[in-house]
Ligand binder design. Structure first.
Ligand code: AMP
Length: 528
């Protein structure tokens, strides 16, 4: 069965129902279905063979969903590229995936032209008329439209999901039809059972988590609505929620939830229709999550997964958030429990399973786990050794199977022989009422090997000394975990997917030093 069948069924059940919505543009399920079949047929007519890769780099728009399902229909492999990447980074993914076709927005034309030698051999389609690219409208012409999707086996590759590449070049996690169907069914079964007619809003990049949540929405014949602005603006987001009676925000990174809390003006918009906001992709601090639930109600749904096991290894439904919060249960700070058809546990450095409460690397297996990385047998063998996906995340399961994530293995600080997990320290610093945000990491230290270091963003108008931060930590945690020093900055760097780039801040402190995990280059942030 081809995953396109999910769209075909929704188009049959509700041909005139709204499928995709952005601003004034409304695409019904019948139109979505027909446009996807046209795209599939035109891609084949343009010389693609089943199994060929088709990359896109587009700001959020209905075109993304049409392309994804168009590729499914024709047995092609879709390669979403984060629209916030530099043209050279885009070129790396296009080249590494061997994409024959790149579909991009006009805003990337200058960057592509400047680096045109990196795009040789790729046929480009653009959503506007630009030099060197075919107009997107050619892809939806009915001339070559397929009458139905090609057959696909569960193992056929349909998607390459490129990792963000924080530790080296991005790698393409291979997704096949079996995985994508599992993701769809599991989302509905374990996380949020989207109903026909629901309006699901996308305000995060659809090349990442938001685009994945769009798939169960299609399967249920619900509406995928897309915000109009490329930037994340709370006022326009909430105005859209009110106008469209949005019930579900597909995906938010924790940094977006923090911004939502900061900019929210109670009573300004009627957001009573909203009953689910999915979040994940990075840790959210417990204090911020509690504030979010207090402000918006128990509507938050947590996902923990990675490109190698999309959407979820563990998760926490909205109801579970409510129960845990009502009982003042510390498990509210966990990443929830293992999903129904996934196996997961933690292992030590020799891959031996660890008992509850013992921290080690999270490993998982099940049908949502990738079969490997695209043309990278070494990385595949390393990540999938013993038949388990090694996530690179350190955490522990408690006796009821709740997963507490501590950190990425590579972010752990070893100070004076003690392991310190930055997140633990950050969770404490963020509790201070003057603190807006922070990151903690290890910096070179002759005596300790690595010293715990904090970089803090204060709330507007607040002042604080490093000593105050350290003393505050001392009230909550063992002495060896306290930061040895603190710097203050006005903001922290954030990735295109809304993750705070702790590694980037850290690297500036390792210039000229060798590090366990490889230092970077840059200038040290201002101290105070
Ligand atoms: P990506 O492949 O870009 O989705 O990144 C996956 C990584 O993000 C995981 O390996 C975790 O380190 C982190 N992550 C994802 N979800 C969560 C979550 N709910 N809580 C904490 N970290 C998360």
């Amino acid at each position: 069965m081809n995953t396109f069948a999910f769209l075909a069924k929704s188009a049959r059940h509700g041909p005139n129902t709204t499928a995709l919505l952005q601003g004034d543009e409304v695409v019904t399920y019948r139109e979505f279905h027909d446009r996807a079949l046209a795209i599939g047929g035109n891609l084949l007519a343009a010389g693609c063979q089943p199994g060929d890769r088709v990359a896109f780099c587009l700001a959020n728009s209905p075109r993304i969903m049409e392309l994804i399902f168009g590729c499914f229909a024709a047995g092609l492999v879709v390669v979403p590229v984060n629209a916030r990447l530099h043209a050279r980074e885009m070129a790396y993914i296009v080249g590494n995936s061997g994409a024959k076709i790149l579909v991009h927005g006009a805003e990337f034309q200058d960057g592509i032209q400047t680096n045109i030698e990196l795009f040789s051999g790729v046929t480009r389609y653009c959503t506007d008329a630009v030099d060197g690219a075919v107009d997107f409208s050619a892809l939806v012409s009915v001339e070559h439209a397929l009458t139905a999707a090609v057959d696909a086996s569960p193992e056929d590759i349909c998607w390459l999901f490129y990792t963000s590449g924080t530790t080296g070049k991005p790698k393409g996690a291979i997704w096949n039809h079996r995985m994508v169907r599992c993701v769809i069914m599991n989302y509905l079964a374990d996380l949020h059972n989207i109903q026909p007619g629901e309006v699901v809003l996308h305000c995060a990049p659809m090349s990442h988590g938001s685009g994945i949540v769009a798939l169960p929405t299609v399967a249920r014949g619900a509406v995928n609505a897309i915000t109009e602005t490329a930037s994340f603006e709370i006022d326009s987001l909430l105005a859209t929620v009110e106008r469209l009676r949005v019930s579900h925000i597909a995906f938010m990174a924790p940094t977006q939830i923090v911004k939502l809390l900061e900019d929210f003006e109670p009573g300004k918009y009627d957001i009573s229709s909203l009953h689910a906001i999915c979040y994940g992709g990075a840790p959210i601090y417990v204090d911020q999550l509690k504030q979010a639930i207090q402000t918006f109600g128990p509507i938050f749904v947590q996902l923990y997964g990675q490109g190698e096991a999309p959407i979820t290894i563990t998760g926490m439904s909205g109801d579970r958030h409510r129960e845990l919060l009502a009982n003042n249960d510390p498990r509210i700070g966990s990443a929830g429990q293992t999903r129904t058809d996934v196996e997961a546990h933690c292992v030590d450095e020799n891959d031996n399973p660890l008992p509850p409460g013992k921290a080690g690397e999270v490993v998982a297996r099940g049908d949502v786990v990738m079969p490997g990385y695209w043309q990278n047998p070494e990385a595949t063998a390393e990540a999938l050794r013993g038949g388990w996906l090694h996530t690179g995340d350190i955490g522990y399961f408690d006796d009821q199977g709740y997963l507490f994530l501590l950190d990425r293995a590579k972010d752990m600080v070893i100070s004076g022989g003690n392991n310190v997990y930055p997140r633990e320290v950050e969770e404490v610093i963020i509790l201070h009422q003057k603190v807006a945000n922070c990151v903690v990491f290890g910096i070179p230290d002759e005596y300790w090997g690595e010293a715990v270091h904090a970089v803090v963003v204060l709330k507007t108008g607040e002042t604080m000394t490093g000593r105050e931060v350290i003393d505050f930590c001392g009230e909550h945690m063992a002495g060896y975990k306290k930061p040895k020093a603190v710097d203050f900055v006005s903001e922290l760097p954030v990735s295109g997917y809304g993750k705070i780039l702790r590694r980037e801040v850290r690297d500036a402190y390792w210039v000229g030093h060798s590090s366990r995990i490889g230092g970077g280059s840059g200038t040290k942030v201002a101290s105070s």
